[in-house]
Design a protein around this ligand. Structure first.
Ligand code: SPV
Ligand code: MG
Length: 656
């Protein structure tokens, strides 16, 4: 090695601008959580000791000097250190060995004793080769060529195997055989210590013996360390499991983390507790993260094609479930440019499940839940809500997800319909079910869900009463109340003009809105004015006039209702309203005009689509049919096919 080693031992040779062979080895050892290092020294003993201490790594060193290092081989150095080594599982390595992180990780994680070998490298003329017999290492030396693989002196040795080898070293040295390799002693006892070959193929694990080796290893290390690794993070509660996977991923190269957008997180999990920008800066400040970027969709494709990382890292849990198709797409994109997927075993941890539960619980709290509807509108442009009138329908709204076109779909919010709440209680939808009872339904739903709730406030009652309703709803964490501009005995709008219904005056209704606005305590809570002009056949002009007046009175949103199958009057209203008012959120309830898709509504400027009664309307006939079947047959057998199995119904709602 000439001038490179004229002032220090070979292991202190630089292999990059910031590392020597030894500092790199010791850093990897410390990162793997190993605490004790036994180092045999010889040449420049004091330089080496001072150097190791100057690195300030969390390692406890035991230095053992071989006083006759120039006359013996490393078998004797090990013998000198035998007392410090006996009875322990150890990693054994030569001081001039350079290996990439993943090689060391594999050695450390090996559950049996092993030696690194390569099935792809040509057999070296002068260096170690290992003879493999019955799947284990039989002989190690430079002289073996048959049944042999290139091998490097990097071992994991379990105490039971190592002690056998150490005894053989002991025997050798006592007999004066101190100029051979320690492996000569191993070869005599290999049948009694089971060391398996660990095939590292083309990965870097090389000794530096010459200036040429040195230049080559430096260049390979530079290439390896400039590799990039990509991971996607959606979490807003960072725990030690995340840190552990970041640590592992960064060992493969420069770690880029794609932080999932709020919208993408909300589409498959729940609304993030911490907004995107904050999650991004939090993750970007973690040690070992080279770069953070946004990931706008659950699909990795867009980012992978731009960043072309050498590796994508993920837990192996995504091989099943809704992430399976995302994984398949990642594999195919990586195949396209020669990238590699690295999957770490996923183990669910009750501690982390508990944290996830706590964050869900937080989402359900009034202050967290209330503002989420406004945020979702801002984020998505168009949000969907489905009817809920009980705990169980709330759970359906909360948990139903559909995987389609590689995306996960779920409802954004819940609609506590007066029609369905009344129907569930066997009562007509005429404001007969009083607020106390309606609040109980809110409680039932809130208790088992986290999504925002839109409350159907009917007419809102007298303005003097409405202010109290607003405060109660706001306190409970409801996001929006919708009140309709009718007075007197309210009937369901879908009756239209078939029954007697009276529309409120603009002045009166504006006063009610203004009173509600004054009563509310947070900017999160929204009061939506519902216009019944089209239902009551008062014409488009009236509807638009009212919309302008209601927004001027402070309405946070406008709902336009219609009971026509043909959506043209709703479309006309939305388009005309949007010309005058580009921002006030617009709500529709497409019960009659149900052929219109969400995308069509979005395109004309609608912000909330409410599926107001479909769960009640589908559940009721199913129950009625089951009752009839039992009556007809005088037993329940025939009804069973339409029923959910008992086991499923009792498991439907897990106990907390
Ligand atoms: C409800 O669901 O109670 C509504 C919407 O108010 S509608 O029934 O269409 O009037
Ligand atoms: Mg209603």
């Amino acid at each position: 090695m000439g001038v490179l080693t004229s002032e220090h031992p070979k292991c202190m040779t630089d292999i990059s601008s910031k590392e020597t062979i030894l500092s790199r080895q010791l850093k990897l050892i410390a990162e793997a959580g190993i605490e004790e290092v036994v180092m045999t020294t010889g040449y420049f003993d004091d330089v080496l000791v001072n150097y190791c201490n100057s690195l300030e790594l969390p390692l406890k060193f035991t230095f053992v000097n071989n006083p006759v290092y120039d006359k013996t081989n490393y078998i004797y150095s090990i013998w000198c250190a035998r007392e410090a080594l006996r009875g322990e599982d150890i990693i054994l390595m030569h001081g001039d060995l350079v290996f990439q992180n993943s090689v060391f990780d594999e050695v450390v994680l090996s559950t049996s004793s092993c030696m690194t070998v390569s099935s792809t490298l040509p057999l070296p003329a002068k260096d170690f080769k290992a003879v493999i017999c019955d799947g284990r290492i039989d002989k190690v030396g430079i002289e073996f060529f048959d049944n042999a693989l290139a091998a490097q002196p990097l071992y994991k040795l379990l105490a039971k195997d190592w002690d056998v080898w150490l005894d053989a070293i002991d025997r050798y040295c006592r007999e004066g055989n101190t100029s051979c390799y320690a492996e000569n002693a191993f070869n005599e006892v290999s049948s009694r210590c089971k060391v398996l070959p660990l095939d590292i193929k083309d990965a870097l694990c090389a000794e530096i013996d010459t200036p040429e080796d040195h230049a080559q290893v430096k260049a390979r290390l530079r290439e390896i360390e400039s590799r990039t690794v990509y991971m996607c993070f959606s979490t807003d509660i960072l725990h030690s499991g995340h840190i552990a996977i970041i640590r592992k991923a960064q060992r493969l190269g420069r770690l880029i983390i794609g932080v999932l957008s709020d919208e993408a997180v909300a589409s498959y999990r729940h609304y993030p507790l911490i907004p995107f920008e904050e999650r991004k800066s939090l993750i970007g400040s973690l040690a070992g993260v080279w770069k953070v970027v946004g990931q706008n969709t659950l699909s990795y494709k867009e980012n992978l094609l731009v960043l072309r990382p050498d590796y994508v890292v993920h837990g192996d849990d995504w091989r099943e479930g809704f992430q399976k198709s995302i994984r398949e797409e990642v594999v195919s994109v990586l195949d396209g440019y020669g990238g590699q997927l690295v999957e770490f075993p996923y183990s669910s941890n009750p501690k982390y499940d508990e944290l996830e539960k706590m964050s869900r619980a937080k989402l359900a709290m009034p202050d967290f839940r209330r503002g989420r509807l406004r945020k979702l509108i801002g984020m998505k442009g168009l949000v969907t809500a489905i009817e809920a009138h009980s705990g169980i329908t709330g759970l359906i709204a909360e948990k139903t997800t559909v995987l389609k076109d590689g995306k996960t779909w779920q409802f954004d919010a819940m609609w506590l319909s007066s029609l369905c709440d009344s129907t569930a209680k066997g009562k007509p939808d005429i404001e007969l079910v009083d607020m106390t009872s309606r609040f109980r339904t809110i409680d039932d739903i809130m208790e088992v869900t986290t999504k925002p709730l839109i409350f159907d406030g009917d007419t809102g009652g007298l303005a003097e009463h409405f202010v109290y309703t607003v405060r109660s709803l706001e306190r409970m964490g409801v996001s929006m109340v919708i009140i309709e501009d009718k007075v007197g005995l309210k009937k369901n709008s879908l009756f239209g003009t078939e029954v007697c219904q009276t529309q409120d005056s603009i002045e009166n209704f504006c006063a009610k809105i203004a009173a509600g606005k004054k009563a509310k305590k947070t900017s999160d809570f929204m009061i939506c004015a519902r216009i019944e002009s089209l239902i009551l056949e008062q014409g488009m002009e009236d509807a638009l006039k009212r919309a302008a007046a209601y927004t001027a009175a402070g309405a946070d949103a406008i709902m336009i209702h219609s009971r026509r199958k043909d959506p043209s009057e709703v479309f006309e209203f939305v388009q005309k309203f949007r010309q005058a008012d580009p921002s006030t959120p617009l709500v529709v309830v497409p019960t009659s005009f149900n052929a219109v898709t969400e995308e069509e509504f979005r395109a004309i400027g609608v912000n909330i689509v409410i599926y107001a009664n479909q769960l009640t309307r589908s559940g009721f006939p199913a129950m009625q049919e089951t009752a009839r079947t039992i009556l007809k047959n005088h037993r329940a057998l025939e009804a069973d096919a339409a029923c959910m199995p008992i086991k499923e119904i009792i498991n439907l709602i897990p106990e907390e």
